[in-house]
Design a protein around this ligand. Sequence first.
Ligand code: FAD
Length: 511
Amino acid sequence: MHIDARKIDNNSIIEGDICIVGSGAAGISMALEWLNTPYKVILLEGGGFEYEKQMQDLYKGKTTGQKYYPLESARLHYFGGTTGHWSGFCSTFDPIDFKERDWVPHSGWPLNREDLDPYYARAHKNLDLGPYEYDVKYWQKKDPELKSLPFDGDAVFNKMWQFSPPTRFGTKYRDTIVKAPNIHLYTYANVTEITANENASAIKEVTVKNLDGKQHTVRAKQFIVACCSIQNARLLLASNKQAPKGLGNQNDNVGRYFMEHLEIKSAELWLTRPDVLKLYHWEWEITKARAELAISEEMQRKHQLLNGTASLIPLEVARKQPAFIDIWTADTAATKRNMVKLDDIGKEGAKKEGHRAFQLFTRVEQAPNPNSRVTLDTEKDALGVPRATLHWEFTPLEKHSLRGIYKIIGEQLGITGGGRVRLMDYLQDENDNTWPSFTGGGWHHMGTTRMAEDPKKGVVDANCKVHGIANLYMAGASCYATAAAPNPTLTLTALTIRLADHLKEKVKGKL
Ligand SMILES: Cc1cc2nc3c(=O)[nH]c(=O)nc-3n(C[C@H](O)[C@H](O)[C@H](O)COP(=O)(O)OP(=O)(O)OC[C@H]3O[C@@H](n4cnc5c(N)ncnc54)[C@H](O)[C@@H]3O)c2cc1C
């Protein structure tokens, strides 16, 4: 059922079993897991069902360090969340992404890839992806024209991606959620504070406010915060009455290790003869699966590289494309226009006779960095919550990895005679750690409530429970310990479904 929190009596007390804060990919995936169960689920959404400028304004904040997108346009504040904008690119993390790597400080998850496999398969359904198949041979069997570039040995492999339509959670799941008798969706219910008991060992209630001046209290047995990485950290930091540094922040980890994917033009690939390279080609709303070039675990270890992939775009198409960071302006009204420009990128099909030159475009993980972080500003939003400040910062490992990835791809294609790779100027000098002006992220917000078994090293445990607080869970990419190369939504959906299974056992009294 749906309740507009502006229309109920001021100071209402709302009670349930499970309280989910935020209704994006994570919040809705969590709610769907409780459909037709005997539990009363309160789903709190700060916005309404449509985009509203005054809701976006609540996301406004400062950015420092590496140039970043305006915070109020990098995320959407209404039912369905940022899936109202996403492009649907999905792939799984590799086994190495979960391991501790001695050349990547702060790496290692208390989980491994096998732990996530069953949940990836379930997440595929939420995101309307194809079969849970990421083996290139599976796709080549379906379409023999998907031919691989020639590589010598296993140094480089074809990492498969799948594409969601893209599923807009707000559109697709609205009826299901609203018609579910046990799911109580409150819109215009912005959580402004989480209140714990005196020693901050359990959550009692959350405070909800809206711009109509109404305030309510929500009580539940279990609380799941699913507002995305920046807002997740902001809410914990701003909830500081019982824990002066913020909830879960006894070891000063909340907000730290903010990670993005560096998405950047990096090199050119010149083939000996023109080719369509259909295996690597992507067309908006048409391509169901394609490959990107990736570096094997062995080579990542040998050359001490972060994980990253390279996608191929015909050079003549790529040259017309402005960098994301340049077209995404501070003007939120321009957001929709910018999206159209982004969608156009995938609309230019490959020429029938193929192309000789391709732009190699990298998506590389950012090394976890405690200085890349979200903090609270002194300025407050219209509901009285301190605004977020994002400081985005890289380490020299990102540049080293970018260069290393293309050296390996270049060597491989040189050996087989498949083509030549030319690094862009900013990657030529090994001692240069600066970044060009067109460096941008993929709008992938990760880290900030990272997962670690040791409370000194992270905010949540392997079940996404906040260390030291019995009934507070974080859902979403804020729990990532490292970012891997793929875009985050498939993995965060899988992680959320895994959390839901854990909570189901907990409420049954089995844990
Ligand atoms: C242009 C663009 C392209 C993208 N493309 C891709 C892609 O191709 N592949 C991919 O994997 N990812 C992509 N992403 C990222 C993807 O959108 C996010 O990973 C995903 O939406 C995150 O889901 P979430 O539920 O954690 O957060 P969100 O979807 O942001 O949802 C958070 C929800 O919480 C609500 N909320 C926030 N604060 C409060 C509060 N205090 N009280 C109550 N409610 C609150 C919000 O209104 C929202 O509904 C893209 C993002 C952008 C902007």
